[in-house]
Design a binder for this molecule. Structure first.
Ligand SMILES: Nc1ncnc2c1ncn2[C@@H]1O[C@H](COP(=O)(O)OP(=O)(O)O)[C@@H](O)[C@H]1O
Ligand SMILES: [Mg+2]
Length: 297
């Protein structure tokens, strides 16, 4: 079981990503980044956090400790943002806490030296779990005390969003070319030789067993939570046994990434109504800044 703690105080929302996690103090005198079941991503993102995060830990990668946080929305009654209140009020009960790394910074390529074997292990994990959310644009990696830590594994296990199509996607390769560690020369052959044999049914059953029942209840097509857990184990075990089908072959160069970004910005601009074309969107902002710095030389 993951440790169980109780939320005592809701401090702040973290608005950087999409799911608006909250910083929460708990009865073990801890401070956690909490992902809420009531967020738009839903409980499956929390399932992926546990399965992928605990698997990563057992494969030797650094992941902050995970706990189940019992959350009473009353502890956040002072939060003024009505959209965040909606999420919190829909999240009574078990939520996911990740130990807060005080002073950690979001990773940017070049910030610390990442050795090719470590980069290979991270890319291997993401390719295996179908996590396309660790990119140069959104690294979901942190640097703490000079070392790399994996956070935000909630986008992994894409297949569990549609179980009826899961077997068709069993060996599917997912795009890793814009991976945050692509420029660190990931040694995928070494990572595969090391990690694939470690991902046994026993290990998978252990990590899938850590997911609270509440996040697995009522999945259409399954008679029980136990059956659903076994479906995760069977899917991941079969996928691990055929890594040659999904291991990424290459990564985009910095130049290719830039070109893709410019293409995307141009497409976005073309698709916007005339009155909006001068207003930068979230991704277009980088483009505006790049144009601007070119102007001022
Ligand atoms: N354990 C942690 N310690 C410190 N900061 C964190 C931690 N987890 C997340 N953060 C910060 O919060 C941001 C959003 O968290 P993340 O888990 O990526 O949520 P989202 O699902 O919204 O993308 C991260 O980019 C990071 O800056
Ligand atoms: Mg994130």
């Amino acid at each position: 079981m993951l440790d169980q703690v109780t939320a005592l105080r809701y401090l702040d929302p973290l608005r950087a990503g999409g799911s608006v996690p909250g910083v929460v103090e708990t009865d073990d005198l801890g401070t956690y980044v909490v992902k809420f079941t009531g967020a738009a991503q839903g409980p499956k993102a929390l399932v992926a956090e546990v399965v992928v995060g605990e698997l990563a830990r057992r494969l030797g990668l650094r992941v902050p400790p995970l706990v189940v946080v019992d959350f009473d929305p009353a502890v956040a009654a002072h939060e003024p943002d009505p959209e965040i209140q909606d999420i919190l009020r829909a999240s009574g009960g078990a939520n996911l806490g990740m130990d807060l790394l005080p002073g950690a910074r979001d990773f940017r390529p070049g910030m610390v030296d990442v050795d090719p074997l470590e980069a290979g292990r991270v890319v291997w994990l993401d390719a295996f779990t179908g996590n396309v959310d660790r990119t140069v644009h959104n690294p979901n990696l942190m640097v703490w005390h000079g070392r790399l830590w994996l956070i935000d594994n909630g986008a992994g296990l894409i297949f569990h969003h549609r179980w009826s199509a899961a077997s068709a996607a069993l060996f599917k390769p997912y795009p890793m070319n814009a991976h945050a560690l692509g420029a660190s020369g990931p040694d995928l052959a070494a990572a595969d030789a090391e990690l694939a044999p470690l991902v046994t049914e026993e290990l998978l059953r252990e990590v899938v067993g850590l997911v609270p029942d509440a996040w697995l209840a009522d999945e259409p097509g399954f008679d029980s939570v136990a059956d659903l857990r076994e479906a995760y184990v069977a899917h991941l075990a079969a996928r691990a046994a055929r890594s040659s089908a999904w291991l990424p072959a290459r990564f985009a160069s910095a130049q290719e990434l830039r070109a893709a970004e410019e293409r995307k910005a141009a497409e976005t601009a073309a698709g916007r109504p005339a009155w909006l074309k001068q207003v930068p969107n979230r991704h277009g902002l980088a483009q505006v800044e790049a144009d601007w710095s070119r102007h001022i030389g």
